[in-house]
Write a protein that binds this ligand. Structure first.
Ligand code: ADP
Length: 238
């Protein structure tokens, strides 16, 4: 009996700590864009409206910060619904190669190269799958130099598709590889690297992992700091 009470107490304590950490993470992520917006509004009030350059800079920064907050809130809502079991999937046969083609077209970046694209069909929710693929592609682009390509390849063998995102970017240490799918986890390099990481909050892979799990997709990460990363997805085909 005593054992049961202490285990209930430990669980309650863990839940409390998790909630504290969550509130702390969200507050922290919201503070930066809010500070930027506040700063630029003050600047506009003081002098900016008459200065076209300041006006332009302020509008651009406010827009980016608002977009970052919107992305954060959307990811949080997604995960909250997922936790409550309120994230229904509509699974239908999907041409994975076509989905990837569309994703690359939408991205419209000369850096994205398709190395191989074998036609294959999977059973899944196209919207959710697109969201998941976007997270991997965006990261590969974001965490590698702007003059380096990101390669995508899709092959099939024995009812299993292998999809790879290969970048030659900053890479991830072995310790970090185990944690990057945790909510709000970002490597130190991602936190401190200024270019392109302003809109990074550490939720993209948590969302991607949830979607992958709902489609029986296995994810493998191979990476070397300073050399780059390869994310491999093993996807059941139909
Ligand atoms: P974020 O919004 O920070 O990119 P994610 O959940 O998508 O959030 O990724 C979590 C962390 O994993 C990133 O902050 C980064 O540290 C690391 N990461 C993810 N993909 C890559 C990659 N291709 N190269 C290097 N680091 C990566």
């Amino acid at each position: 009996m005593r054992l049961k009470i202490s285990s209930v107490r430990r669980q309650a304590q863990e839940t409390y700590l998790r909630q504290q950490r969550f509130v702390n993470d969200v507050s922290h992520e919201l503070r930066t864009p809010l500070t930027i917006i506040r700063g630029y509004v003050d600047l506009l009030e003081a002098c900016g409206a008459n200065d076209p350059e300041i006006f332009k800079e302020a509008v651009t920064s406010i827009k980016t910060s608002a977009q970052n907050m919107q992305n954060l809130v959307e990811s949080l809502l997604f995960l909250a619904r997922a936790d409550q079991g309120d994230q229904p999937l509509t699974k239908v046969p999907v041409d994975l190669d076509e989905l990837i083609k569309r994703l690359v077209e939408d991205k419209n970046s000369p850096r994205v190269q398709i190395a191989k694209l074998t036609p294959c069909k999977i059973f899944g929710d196209a919207e959710f799958l697109k969201k998941m693929l976007t997270a991997f592609l965006d990261n590969a682009l974001r965490y590698s130099p702007s003059d380096m390509p990101v390669k995508i390849s899709l092959t099939t063998e024995d009812k299993l598709a292998t999809l790879q995102f290969v970048d030659k970017g900053i890479g991830i240490s072995k310790d970090d590889c185990a944690k990057i799918f945790d909510r709000f986890y970002r490597t130190d390099k991602a936190r401190t690297k200024a270019d392109g990481c302003e809109n990074s909050v550490g939720l993209g892979l948590a969302v991607a992992k949830w979607i992958a799990d709902r489609h029986d997709i296995e994810i493998d990460v191979r990476s070397k700091p300073g050399e780059g990363s390869t994310f491999t997805l093993k996807i059941p085909t139909i």
